[in-house]
Design a protein around this ligand. Structure first.
Ligand SMILES: *[C@@H]1O[C@H](CO)[C@@H](O)[C@H](O)[C@H]1NC(C)=O
Ligand SMILES: *[C@@H]1O[C@H](CO)[C@@H](O)[C@H](O)[C@H]1NC(C)=O
Ligand SMILES: *[C@@H]1O[C@H](CO)[C@@H](O)[C@H](O)[C@H]1NC(C)=O
Ligand SMILES: *[C@@H]1O[C@H](CO)[C@@H](O)[C@H](O)[C@H]1NC(C)=O
Ligand SMILES: *[C@@H]1O[C@H](CO)[C@@H](O)[C@H](O)[C@H]1NC(C)=O
Ligand SMILES: *[C@@H]1O[C@H](CO)[C@@H](O)[C@H](O)[C@H]1NC(C)=O
Ligand SMILES: *[C@@H]1O[C@H](CO)[C@@H](O)[C@H](O)[C@H]1NC(C)=O
Ligand SMILES: *[C@@H]1O[C@H](CO)[C@@H](O)[C@H](O)[C@H]1NC(C)=O
Length: 376
C-alpha cells in the first residue's frame, strides 16, 4: 500500500500545488522509511492530509538508518504505533515556515506533540535557527538536525523540509539534567525529593547551574545544609508556573526583567548584547527543550538571599553569589547519580552575532524513551 492511496481523492483532484502523497512518491529515494512508517499510524496520515499551514520536518532514510545503528532500541519504538505517533507529531510544526523564515534569531514554534508526551501549553516546542547559513532544528537535549532539502510545498498551504536527523522527543527535566552533565542539579533535586514534582509541572522555565557552579560553592552545600535550605535554593532556580515558557528570545526582549520563582523570591534577568545573566550568573547554554518547558544552564548557583548580585559582563567568570564559600573537588550531590546515556547539547549563540560553536552529535531516541514509554 502506497501512501498516495491513503489520500482522500477530492484533495488530490483539486490540488493547486501537489499532494503530500505526490511529494513522498517523488522523493521516495530519500523518504521511503518515513512513508512506510506513516502506514502504521493512519491517524497521523489523516491529520496531515487535512492539515492547513503546517510544516513537516521529514527525516531522510539516512536519518532513520543512523538512528537505528546508534540506538537499536529505537527499532522497537518505531513499531509501536503510540510511540511512533508521538515521534511523528513532534516533526510537525504549527505554521508554515519556509527555509527563508529561518534566521540567526531563533524561533520556537509549537508542534503537534502534546499530552501525554509533553506538558507544554499549545504543544511541545523546538528551536529553529539559521546557523552557519544552514537551516537547523534543535530538539530534546539540544540535539541538532539540518535541513537538507527545503521548501517542498503541498496542498493546504503546507510545507515540507527534508532533515538529516530524526528529532529527539524532549525528556523530563530530571532525565535531561542527568544526561547532559548537569548531575549536581539532578542529584540535588533527588536529594530533597523534588524531582518528581518538577517533572509533573507544566510550562516550566528552569535555570540549571552546571556541575562546576555547584563545585564552586561546595562548602555552602555540604552536609550542614538542611533539606529545607537546599529546597529553597533549588526552588529559586525555577520560575513560578502559570506563565508562558521563557525562551531566550523572550528573556532577551528587555534590558532587565524581574521574575518570580517557585521559591517565592524574585530574580533579575539582564541582557548584555546577546548575553543573558540571571542575577550575577551567566546563561552558558540556552534553550534546552524538556518535556514540560525549557532549561537554561548557568555558570553559578543562585542565592535567593542575594538578589542584588549583579554581573560583570566583561568578566569571563562571575564570583559565586554565596559570600565566603570555598570550592570542593567533587561535584556535590552526584554520588550514586548515574546518567542513562550521555549527550552533548549543541552550543549555539542565544541570538545573532557572536562566534558559533555547534557540536553536532547523533540523536538518540532512547534518550527520550522514558517519555515515550510512559505514553505506551
Ligand atoms: C520506494 O523505495 C522503497 C525502498 O527503496 C521501495 O521498496 C519502494 O518500492 C519504493 N516505492 C515506490 C512507490 O517507488
Ligand atoms: C492558513 O494561512 C492562511 C494565510 O496565511 C490564512 O488565511 C488561513 O486562515 C490559515 N488557515 C488556518 C486553518 O490556520
Ligand atoms: C505531564 O504531567 C502529568 C501530570 O503531572 C504527568 O503524569 C506526566 O508524566 C507528564 N508528562 C511528561 C511527558 O512529562
Ligand atoms: C561534566 O562536568 C564535569 C564536572 O563539572 C566536568 O569536569 C566535565 O568537563 C563535564 N563534561 C562535559 C562533557 O561537559
Ligand atoms: C517580586 O516582584 C513582583 C513584581 O515585580 C512584586 O510585586 C513582588 O513584591 C516581588 N516580590 C518580592 C519577594 O520581592
Ligand atoms: C546567600 O547569601 C546570603 C547573604 O546575602 C548569605 O547570608 C547566605 O548564607 C547565602 N545562602 C546560603 C545558603 O549560603
Ligand atoms: C552576592 O553575590 C556576589 C556575586 O555577584 C558576591 O560577590 C557577594 O559576596 C554575595 N554576597 C553575599 C552576602 O553572599
Ligand atoms: C560553523 O562555523 C564555525 C566557524 O567557521 C565552525 O567552527 C563550526 O564548526 C561551524 N558549525 C557547523 C555546525 O557547521
Amino acid at each position: 500500500m502506497y501512501f498516495a492511496h491513503l489520500l482522500p481523492l477530492g484533495l488530490v483532484a483539486y490540488a493547486s500545488a501537489q499532494s503530500l502523497g505526490t511529494i513522498l512518491t517523488q522523493n521516495n529515494a530519500t523518504l521511503s522509511t518515513l512513508t512506510s512508517l506513516l502506514q502504521l499510524v493512519p491517524d497521523v496520515v489523516q491529520t496531515l492530509t487535512t492539515a492547513q499551514n503546517v510544516t513537516i520536518l521529514a527525516p531522510s532514510d539516512a536519518a532513520f538508518t543512523n538512528l537505528l545503528s546508534r540506538n537499536p532500541r529505537s527499532a522497537e519504538l518505531m513499531t509501536n504505533p503510540r510511540a511512533l505517533t508521538g515521534v511523528l507529531q513532534y516533526h510537525v510544526l504549527k505554521g508554515k515556515l519556509l527555509s527563508t523564515d529561518f534566521s540567526a534569531t531563533p524561533e520556537f514554534p509549537s508542534t503537534l506533540l502534546s499530552t501525554p508526551f509533553a506538558n507544554v501549553t499549545g504543544g511541545q516546542r523546538l528551536q529553529l535557527a539559521l546557523v552557519n547559513n544552514t537551516a537547523r532544528v534543535f530538539s530534546g537535549y539540544k540535539q541538532m538536525a539540518s535541513v537538507v532539502t527545503p521548501d517542498l510545498e503541498f496542498d493546504g498551504n503546507n510545507i515540507l523540509h527534508i532533515i538529516d536527523t530524526v528529532l529527539t522527543v524532549p525528556a523530563t527535566p530530571l532525565q535531561t539534567l542527568l544526561n547532559t552533565n548537569l548531575t549536581s542539579f539532578a542529584g540535588a533535586l533527588q536529594a530533597v525529593r523534588l524531582a518528581d514534582g518538577v517533572n509533573s509541572l507544566s510550562d516550566i522555565t528552569l535555570f540549571a547551574p552546571s556541575n562546576d557552579a555547584f563545585r564552586a560553592i561546595g562548602s555552602a552545600v555540604g552536609s550542614s545544609l538542611s533539606n529545607n535550605d537546599l529546597a529553597n535554593i533549588l526552588g529559586y532556580h525555577i520560575l513560578l508556573p502559570g506563565q508562558a515558557v521563557r525562551f531566550s528570545t523572550d528573556l532577551l526582549g528587555a534590558d532587565q526583567m524581574v521574575l518570580t520563582t517557585l521559591q517565592g523570591g524574585n530574580l533579575t534577568v539582564r541582557r548584555d548584547g546577546n548575553q543573558l545573566f540571571v542575577n550575577s550568573a551567566r546563561v552558558v547554554l540556552g534553550d534546552m527543550v524538556v518535556a514540560n518547558g525549557v532549561v537554561h544552564v548557568l555558570d553559578n548557583v543562585l542565592n535567593s538571599s542575594n538578589t542584588t548580585a549583579t554581573p560583570d559582563p566583561a568578566a569571563a567568570t562571575q564570583a559565586p553569589a554565596f559570600a565566603g564559600v570555598s570550592a570542593v573537588a567533587d561535584a556535590p550531590f552526584t554520588s550514586g547519580i548515574v546518567p542513562t546515556t550521555t549527550l552533548v547539547p549543541a552550543t549555539v549563540p542565544l541570538n545573532e552575532g557572536g562566534p558559533f560553536a555547534v557540536v553536532p552529535t547523533g540523536v538518540m531516541l532512547a534518550a527520550g524513551a522514558a517519555v515515550l514509554a510512559a505514553g505506551m
